[in-house]
Design a protein around this ligand. Structure first.
Ligand code: DC
Length: 221
């Protein structure tokens, strides 16, 4: 069967990674979480207390890879070390949003992401996959949900992790992140012209999957 590239973009907590992972599993495709790559670079900068300039000088020392787990999930490796837990903190998330606007950081990671797509059969999620990484992707999804729904999802996720979030702070954090993601000079979050916009505010995963699989089958022919 013909293999394609599926680009999944959208704002924070739109549910895009859940969707991208589910699609990859159903299709037997490789899944790549590009946000994890920016987070791994951020963790490296934090651990070594690097300024932006120092980070650029050390970029080629940062090797990011993914290790498939027995349960089918993937863990992010930084220079061979499993950092899956460490990259998911708020601190690293904030640092990632500081290092991700840097042109050289993006060029370094985008080249690796493009190499991963050479064989196709890949689902990649991020902010610039349909616009910059794979402008030629056969299917581009732009996943959104209302700020209210995204806040609720993020809030529940933090509770699930045993944290003690304040709803209004979570909402503000998401709104700030949206602003930064969409207003930065380098590869801002925006919908590619040929992307399909999908608002999943009122949809279950199963309902969404039905729609996505139909679109995929159309592309595969
Ligand atoms: O999706 P996430 O929260 O794991 O992303 C972490 C940060 O990296 C966030 O600030 C957005 C940024 N990012 C990006 O600029 N480009 C991507 N392709 C993926 C993430």
């Amino acid at each position: 069967m013909k293999k394609i590239i599926i680009a999944v973009d959208g704002p924070s907590s739109s549910g895009k990674s859940t969707i991208a992972k589910t699609i990859a599993k159903r299709m037997g495709y490789r899944y790549v979480d590009t946000g994890a790559m920016y987070r791994a670079v951020a963790l490296y900068a934090l651990r070594n207390r690097l300024s932006n300039e120092e980070l650029l000088a050390e970029l080629d020392k940062i090797v990011i890879s993914f290790a498939l787990q027995p349960d089918g999930s993937q863990h992010t490796l930084l220079n061979g070390e499993d950092v899956e837990q460490q990259i998911r903190t708020l601190e690293v998330g904030n640092m990632a949003s500081q290092v991700s606007p840097i042109k050289e950081v993006r060029a370094y990671l985008v080249a690796q992401q493009q190499a991963m797509g050479k064989e196709k059969g890949i689902v990649m999620d991020g902010r610039d996959i349909g616009t910059v990484v794979f402008p030629q992707a056969e299917l581009k999804l732009f996943i959104t949900a209302s700020l209210e729904v995204r806040t609720r999802r993020r809030y529940d996720e933090l509770i699930g992790k045993g944290q003690n979030p304040v709803y209004d702070e979570v909402a503000k954090d998401l709104a700030d992140r949206d602003y930064r993601d969409t207003h930065r000079a380098e590869s801002p979050l925006r919908q590619a012209e040929d992307a399909i916009r999908y608002d999943n505010s009122d949809k279950t995963i199963d309902e969404q999957m039905e729609d996505y699989l139909r679109l995929i089958n159309e592309r595969i022919g």
